[in-house]
Design a protein around this ligand. Structure first.
Ligand code: NAD
Ligand code: UDP
Length: 311
């Protein structure tokens, strides 16, 4: 059945993939974006489609749109960008959640929140199951993002309990792939762009900190499965690839796959940078029948091809 679907942050990295997939499935898409970190280049291929509509809007302000489903992605996700105007980051997460939940309440629309593994902070439990409540600084430089996302989750569950809004909350772990902004500042895009340009690889800290990297196609599959999951299943549910790598391993893999002569240069580790991160995906397997299919090497190859074409 054709649905009218609102994707906030639809011109960003994840949002543009989601819009494309939903459009290809035959739905009508309203892509809402302020273009803070997103770009028209990410969605230009969809602009002429009769069922694709672009709305330039900042979710810090209210708006009324009539839709059947909402994917709420609007929020900068890269540390340099979310720390650029941290007050706006918290406002985007919190006011953005309220404004989108108000639409869902009025239209009786189903709404999915793009939450994050950052709600676990610098975790003391490893790997992280959804039941782990996290170890997050309320005062550090990452708090605008982490606490904003935590408060958004709270709002989602309160709108469900208080107003009966149908909610779905996904906790996304580090995701990479084509359409990442080459200047985005996240580790995968930085390392690939540096390797392709033959520049030094910027390693923060000693490179022993870990992340678990998921390829974009696996994430999009998990998001849509969650939106379509059984009534009453709200999550939060982790969606990520349990393959865990140190940043040194990532740098070496990128250098190998690009055949680059770049050297690794070490810089101080930013404040509150989590030391380790790996999703426990037991719940996603059970409730969504979901698991990742693209391993790091395969995903990096596709991402490297993309960056070769844009830089
Ligand atoms: P991105 O920065 O590429 O995309 C975010 C989009 O939101 C951009 O198009 C940006 O212009 C838009 N935006 C930002 N503030 C806005 C505002 N106030 N009003 C309207 N639009 C606004 O980031 P992404 O990687 O595509 O992330 C998308 C979502 O997924 C974010 O909510 C992020 O927190 C979440 N997430 C992503 C990852 C990841 O690894 N990519 C991990 C965890 C969670
Ligand atoms: N990082 C790095 N060099 C870079 C960018 C990031 O060593 O050029 C490190 C960063 O300190 C962190 C990891 O890579 O330990 C992942 O960083 P990213 O910003 O991609 O995601 P997040 O920290 O939000 O998981």
């Amino acid at each position: 059945m054709k649905k009218r679907i609102l994707v906030t942050g639809g011109a960003g990295f994840v949002g543009s993939h989601l819009c494309r997939r939903l459009l290809n499935e035959g739905h009508e898409i309203i892509c809402l974006d302020s273009f803070f970190t997103g770009s028209k280049d990410n969605i230009v291929d969809m602009m002429d489609h009769p069922y694709f509509e672009l709305v330039r809007h900042d979710v810090q302000q209210p708006i009324l749109l009539e839709v059947d489903e909402i994917y709420n992605l609007a929020c900068p996700a890269s540390p340099p960008y979310y720390q650029f105007d941290p007050v706006a980051t918290t406002r985007t997460s919190v006011l953005g959640a309220i404004h989108m939940l108000d639409i869902a309440r009025k239209c009786k629309a189903k709404i999915l929140q793009a939450s994050t593994s950052e709600v676990y902070g610098d975790p003391e439990v490893h790997p992280q199951p959804e039941s782990y409540r996290g170890s997050v600084s309320t005062t550090g430089i990452r708090a605008c993002y982490d606490e904003g996302k935590r408060c958004a989750e709270t709002l989602f569950f309160d709108y469900q309990r208080q107003y009966g809004v149908e909610i779905k909350v996904i906790r996304i772990f580090n995701t990479y792939g084509p359409f990442m902004n080459p200047h985005d500042g996240r580790v995968v895009s930085n390392f690939i762009v540096q390797a392709l340009k033959g520049e030094d690889i910027t390693m923060y800290g000693d490179g022993t900190q870990t992340r678990s990297f998921q390829y974009i196609d696996d994430l999009i599959d998990g998001m849509i499965r969650l939106m379509d999951s059984r009534d009453g299943f709200t999550g939060p549910v982790n969606v990520g690839n349990p393959g865990e790598f140190t940043m040194l391993e990532l740098a070496q893999k990128v250098i190998e796959l690009t055949g680059s002569k770049s050297e690794i240069k070490f810089f101080p580790l930013p404040q509150d940078d989590p030391l380790q991160r790996q999703p426990d995906i037991t719940l996603a397997k059970k409730e969504l029948g979901w698991e990742p299919h693209v391993n790091l090497e395969e995903g990096l190859k596709k991402t490297i091809e993309y960056f070769k074409s844009v830089i």
